[in-house]
Design a protein around this ligand. Structure first.
Ligand code: KG4
Ligand code: ZN
Length: 338
């Protein structure tokens, strides 16, 4: 079964064609990161407008690279939420128009569930994940822990009560003078820093499965203010040490909860997904803890599948179909995991 995936929930326009949920025939992303870097963050109106001229050529290119035409496509899957309303509308309206005019079934997908399915991409059927498993989704806009017993049985264990992990990376990066998006910038700076320099808090470490990162962010802010009382600017080594110490505190918090959830629910596998799963330190620490706990660790095969992409949306629709008549599909910016 071949599904055309479309994703426009935030600042990436993406189109992909995926066969049987895991075989990626094409996956294209047009990132707006350079545009939003100028403002140090995403301006929703601009993000929405930038999707419009890009989406149709991107879908055409996805067909070309996959060597497919419309006769080869069995369904269209589009992100219906959560996300920025203006951005979501571009993808949803495009998918509705195509589904109606081509007479093809349409699936309205949850973006967070899409991230979860990034761990099925490019994996042969015999090497696919085994249930029960725990997934940590950590992105700019969301941060959840999910127990999966089957494709159709997902139990939501916790989420952030304030900032998401990626959002914390972005805000701290801005605070210490690094670029946007903050995650890759912090990771790069942290490579030359000492994570033991500053003892930042590990929020709610042994307390349930919710996350809270606003206190950690404030702790970095207070430290930076103290440092700037004694000097005019932060030197490169201090920025590196701040980045490394912050990254360690955040990553340790995420991984500790992920592994504890796996033990409590007798899971075989732990998965990390979403933009933060691209982080080298989270992969390293999760790998160490998975080995110690005899768990299988998975993160997306390609960095391209960590951040927003359309292959994960097509995969999610294969394993968790959510057909919807084109007339009824709506963008749902506040859609929750259920
Ligand atoms: O999944 P995603 O593309 O968008 C949302 O759905 O939010 O995630 C983007 C987030 C950004 O906050 C970005 O800073 C973070 O993922 N990110 C990283 C890394 N690469 C991207 N965070 C830490 N380390 C990275 N290497
Ligand atoms: Zn995302």
């Amino acid at each position: 079964m071949r599904i055309l995936g479309i994703e426009t929930s935030c600042d990436e326009t993406a189109a992909a064609i995926v066969e049987d949920g895991c075989n990626v025939l094409s996956s294209l992303i047009n990132s707006q990161v350079k545009i939003h870097a100028k403002t140090g963050g995403i301006v929703p109106e601009i993000a929405a407008r930038e999707h419009i001229p890009v989406i149709i050529p991107l879908i055409e290119e996805a067909f070309k690279q996959a060597g497919c035409d419309w006769h080869d496509i069995d369904a269209i899957a589009v992100t219906k939420g959560p996300g920025l309303i203006g951005s979501l509308l571009v993808g949803v309206d495009t998918a509705k128009t195509l589904a109606m005019s081509k007479g093809i079934p349409l699936h309205g997908m949850n973006h967070i569930i899409g991230h979860i399915y990034a761990n099925w991409l490019d994996k042969e059927p015999s090497k696919q994940p085994e249930f029960p498993l725990i997934v940590l989704t950590a992105s700019g806009g969301h941060n959840e822990l999910v127990l999966m017993k089957r494709h159709t049985n997902m139990e939501f264990l916790g989420s952030t009560i304030d900032d998401a992990a990626g959002e914390a990376f972005d805000k701290v990066a801005r605070l210490i003078g690094l670029g946007f998006p903050g995650g890759p910038a912090i990771q790069k700076a942290a490579a030359n820093g000492d994570a033991n320099t500053f003892n930042f808090p590990r929020p709610m470490l042994n307390d349930g499965f919710n996350f809270s990162f606003s206190g950690l962010k404030t702790s970095v802010l207070v430290t930076v203010r103290h440092l700037l009382e004694r000097r005019d600017t932060l030197d490169k080594q201090t920025v590196a040490n701040l980045a490394a110490s912050f990254q360690e505190a955040l990553v340790e918090t995420l991984v500790t909860k992920l592994v504890r959830a796996a033990k409590e629910h007798c899971a075989k596998e732990i998965h990390i997904a979403g933009g933060v799963s691209a982080n080298a330190r989270i992969r390293e620490l999760a790998g160490e803890q998975a080995r110690a706990g005899h768990l299988i660790l998975r993160y997306p095969e390609r960095l391209h599948y960590c951040t927003d992409n359309a292959a994960m949306i097509a995969s999610a629709a294969y394993f968790r179909p959510n057909p919807c008549p084109w007339k009824e599909l709506r963008a749902e910016p506040n859609l929750v995991l259920a």
